[in-house]
Each structure stands twice: as structure tokens, then as C-alpha cells.
Design a binder for this molecule. Structure first.
Ligand SMILES: *Cc1c(COP(=O)(O)O)cnc(C)c1O
Ligand SMILES: [Zn+2]
Length: 505
């Protein structure tokens, strides 16, 4: 649809121009810094930063109905820069000119309602939001689109050249970073740090395919993070971890999409997300807060953050009910099938603490819960979801296991509606399904396969035949007929099929 075909009253708002004034604000000492340089931590006190729009209040001059209309109509534009997360330009990165926007197909992921059977198992109505359907197969693309659009803007305006982008990763950050950096070749090169043998083969193949320099180092993600932090403090590199506040901005799009998908009615909604480095839950809270402040939503949805018992520092922090006694302790993680969330010292913890307080305060009641689930629950709910038509990764299983627990414990009202985050595509983590199905889960995962969830291929090789087709050696004639007959009968027998009745007439 062309701009002149849109209603008069939104026409001049349809294509956003750069506006606002973004600043980094330190969550430790409240110092503010301009965005003309790439900052990851506060130059004054070393704590993490978030990006704020100094002129955010200007968005209130447009009434909420107009904003809603604008976002609906923008979906009909064919302009690539507004096809992804920048549909919400004014909320995501208002200073970025549209011609600097990098769009690789991220965002606006499907919201798929669970079937009646699965809803009955969980005990309430719910939808999966399939963030595995982003271009590199995880939600990380949302944040990368934002971070790389900003870097592209610096390049286009002559403020940066020859960027070397680096990140530490549990697998998906590096896949996304390498993909977006590859698109901006030759201006950007990327290097990624992975914990050796702690990412899946599919995840390892992604940055390799995108042409990044890939380093595997001993240890877990938290060790890689320390190295990459040292790198970014001592050398001229662009850090693409969620410590980079631009990542958080882009990931806020997840909340905006949920609001839009449910006609901005968040009163009876529950949003369930898995937590690793805690960038995602930070962004989800921040996104809903912004829409709430401008009046696009009149209620803040309930948020449930889920962690595995093998990597649960955020859950442990909030387990202490007395706010004054809460004390964050970094953890030594144990192996988890929710491997991308296997993080003991989440970089965004200070952001979480700040935003949980603001969120609950604005809502006037507790609207955020943290749930711990076992590895067994994660695997079983992951497999159960996919047996019912989903494409959830293990973290999607973790989210669903968390929702089930929250429902059973009465933290979530059965009459509400949940949106469960499947943060990546099932295919990235199929190795865990293989181990479960082959009864080969290493003991440290503490998962015992449930025979009812196991599936395995059936090899049909009728032993009474002496000739079989093989690649490059097809069978023909009577030998082939015999083969087809034998295999057909074996399948009919296995599936207990009844023969077709001869047709009358
Ligand atoms: C990164 C990641 C997470 C954890 O998100 P954080 O922002 O680190 O909390 C969860 N699931 C998947 C698939 C991921 O890639
Ligand atoms: Zn500071």
C-alpha cells in the first residue's frame, strides 16, 4: 500500500524521521552520557547502562489511539526499514534514520495458539510466540538489528570505520551477531567467543557460515564473557553482547508485538520468558513500561521469568521475600538442556533489579514472578509442546514448564491468557531430543526419559527378501514388486491398518 492511500490523519507520521535524544544512563550512579561513542559500562563507576530517550514525553502529544492506528497501518507499508522492529521506530531507536536500518527479516514472529489438548495439560489458554522464526533462528536477531543499525548509522555518518564486532555467546548471540555483521561487509568484521563444546553443532555452524572468526575457549559462557569484557575495555572493538544497551532497545520489540497482537489489551495477559544473561527479560519489562507510560496499554501484563535449577541465580535472588535481605550471588552453573541460558552471573542483573521495582511500583502490585524448573520438566514440556504441533526449543520448553508450575501454584490465574516465549527454533537444539529419545542423557543433566515421549525411526528391511534397492542401484521388475509388497505389508501390519473394502458397482 502506498503512503497516499493511508488515512489523512496519520499520513505525516507514517514514515518516521529521526527524532528524540537518546542518552546512556548508568544504573549505578545515574550519570548520563551521549551516544556519539559506543559505551558498554559507565566510565564513572563501571556499572551497566541503559538507553533512555530524553524527550520521551513528546510521544504523549500523539494520542494512544493514533499510535495504535499508526502501527497497524505501518504493517501494510512495503518499506523494508519499517518491516521489522522499526515499525516501533519512535520507541526502539528514534534517532536512527531509516536508511541506516538493517533489516534481515527479524521481528513480527508468529503467535500460535496451543491446541485444546496442550492447553488442558497446562490448565489454561496460551499461545507460543515463535521467536525461533527470526532469521538466525532466535530472538537475538531483534537486538542485533538494533545494535547493527546504530553502528551502520555511525558508519554512514562518518563517525566510525572498519569496525571489529565481538561477542561472547552461548550460541545464539554469535549466530545473530555474525549474520548481521556479514550483511554489513566490508565495513564490519566479526569475531565470536564460544565455550568449547557448550554450543550445539547447528549453532557453531552459523557464525562459521557467516564468515566470522570463531574462537572456542575452555570453560562456560561466564568465562567467555570475562575475556570479551577485557577485550572491549582494552581494545577498539564493538561489543555485541546484551551489555550493549542497543541490544536491549531492539529486544523491546517483543513486548510491542505482543501488545499489538492482542489489541493492546494486557489486563489478563501473562508473558513467560526464560532467563539466562537476563537481557531479554530486561527488554520485555522495559518495552511494556514504555507502552504503559504513553498510554498504549492501560495495564502491565504479568511477567513470569523462568530458570533451570542448574542455572538459577535470578530465581535465588528473588526467593528471599524480604527486599532488604536480598543479596545477589553469582553461581557455578551445571549442565542444562536450556544451554543458551546456562549463565551463573547475568550481566543484566542490575537492570533486572531496577526494572522489577519500577514495574511492580507502576502496576501497584506484584506483577513479576520468578520460577525455577528442573531439567526433567524442561525436557518433558519441550517434547510435549512439539508433539502438539509447536517448534519450541528447549528454552521454549523451559518457559512452558514455568507456566505450568505458576498455574499449579496459583501464581497465574487460569482464566487469563499466556504468551510463552520459544526463544529459538527447535532445530538448533535437536541434539537434546536425540539424547532423550536414545536414552542417552548424560547423568549430570538429571533427566530420565519418559517412554511415552520417546520416538524413534523404524527400520524396515524385510529379511525374507534377497534384493533391496540402494542409492545408485535401483531395483526393477519382479524384484522391485516383491520389495514394494513386503514393505507395504510391514507398514500395514505395524500401523494395524484395515484393508480397503472393494468398491461396489
Ligand atoms: C540468549 C538466549 C536465552 C537467554 O536470554 P537472556 O537475554 O540471556 O536472558 C534464552 N533462550 C535462547 C534460545 C537464547 O538464545
Ligand atoms: Zn555509573
Amino acid at each position: 500500500m502506498m503512503p497516499e492511500q493511508f488515512p489523512e490523519q496519520i499520513r505525516d507520521l507514517l514514515i518516521p524521521k529521526p527524532s528524540g535524544r537518546l542518552i546512556y544512563r548508568c544504573l549505578g550512579c545515574n550519570s548520563e552520557f551521549g551516544i556519539d561513542q559506543l559505551l558498554y559500562t559507565c566510565p564513572e563507576c563501571g556499572r551497566v547502562l541503559l538507553l533512555y530517550d530524553d524527550q520521551f514525553h513528546r510521544l504523549k502529544t500523539i494520542p494512544p489511539e493514533r499510535w495504535r492506528q499508526l502501527f497497524d497501518y505501518r504493517a501494510m507499508l512495503t518499506l523494508p526499514a519499517l518491516k521489522g522492529i522499526y515499525r516501533y521506530h519512535e520507541f526502539i531507536g528514534p534517532v536512527i534514520p531509516l536508511d541506516a536500518v538493517v533489516y534481515l527479516g527479524e521481528g513480527h514472529t508468529p503467535v500460535v495458539e496451543a491446541n485444546a489438548h496442550l492447553q488442558a495439560c497446562v490448565g489454561m489458554r496460551f499461545f507460543y510466540k515463535n521467536d525461533g522464526q527470526n532469521p538466525s533462528g532466535s530472538f537475538k536477531d531483534r537486538g542485533m538489528a538494533s545494535a547493527l543499525s546504530y553502528i551502520n548509522f555511525l558508519i554512514q555518518s562518518g563517525q566510525a570505520t572498519d569496525i571489529l564486532a565481538v561477542c561472547a555467546s552461548t550460541g545464539d548471540t554469535s549466530a545473530a551477531a555474525a549474520l548481521y555483521a556479514a550483511y554489513l561487509r566490508p565495513h564490519i568484521k566479526s569475531a565470536v567467543l564460544l565455550p568449547h563444546k557448550k554450543v550445539t553443532p547447528q549453532q557453531l555452524s552459523q557464525p562459521l557460515g557467516s564468515g566470522a572468526r570463531v574462537y572456542e575457549i575452555p570453560g562456560v559462557f561466564d568465562d567467555c564473557m570475562k575475556v570479551v569484557e577485557a577485550l572491549s575495555e582494552q581494545y577498539e572493538v564493538a561489543l555485541l553482547n546484551s551489555k550493549n544497551a542497543w541490544r536491549i532497545l531492539g529486544q523491546e520489540s517483543y513486548s510491542y508485538e505482543i501488545a499489538q497482537a492482542f489489541e493492546y489489551d494486557m489486563a489478563d495477559k501473562v508473558v513467560v520468558v526464560p532467563i539466562g544473561n537476563a537481557g531479554n527479560i530486561t527488554a520485555v519489562m522495559s518495552g511494556f513500561i514504555k507502552f504503559y507510560q504513553i498510554g498504549l496499554i492501560s495495564d502491565l501484563p504479568l511477567i513470569v521469568g523462568v530458570q533451570s535449577a542448574h542455572a538459577d541465580p535470578v530465581y535465588q535472588y528473588y526467593r528471599e521475600p524480604d527486599v532488604d535481605k536480598r543479596c545477589f550471588k553469582a553461581q557455578t552453573v551445571r549442565p542444562s538442556v536450556a544451554q543458551a541460558a546456562m549463565i551463573g552471573n547475568p550481566v543484566s542483573m542490575p537492570r533486572v533489579i531496577r526494572l522489577v521495582d519500577s514495574y511492580n511500583e507502576m502496576a501497584g502490585r506484584q506483577r513479576i514472578h520468578f520460577i525455577q524448573v528442573s531439567e526433567q520438566e524442561i525436557m518433558d514440556w519441550h517434547l510435549r509442546a512439539n508433539k502438539n504441533g509447536h517448534i519450541a526449543c528447549t528454552h521454549g520448553g523451559e518457559s512452558l514448564a514455568g507456566l505450568k508450575q505458576a498455574v499449579d501454584r496459583g501464581l497465574v490465574d487460569r482464566s487469563t491468557v499466556a504468551v510463552v516465549d520459544s526463544t529459538a527454533h527447535a532445530l538448533k537444539f535437536s541434539g537434546f531430543q536425540d539424547m532423550y529419545f536414545e536414552n542417552a542423557m548424560p547423568p549430570e543433566f538429571e533427566v530420565t526419559p519418559d517412554p511415552r515421549l520417546i520416538n524413534a525411526p523404524v527400520y524396515l528391511h524385510p529379511d525374507h527378501l534377497d534384493q533391496f534397492p540402494a542409492p545408485g542401484k535401483p531395483l526393477a521388475g519382479p524384484a522391485f514388486d516383491l520389495f514394494v509388497k513386503a514393505v507395504t505389508e510391514a507398514i500395514a501390519d505395524d500401523l494395524n491398518l484395515s484393508p480397503k473394502h472393494a468398491r461396489k458397482g
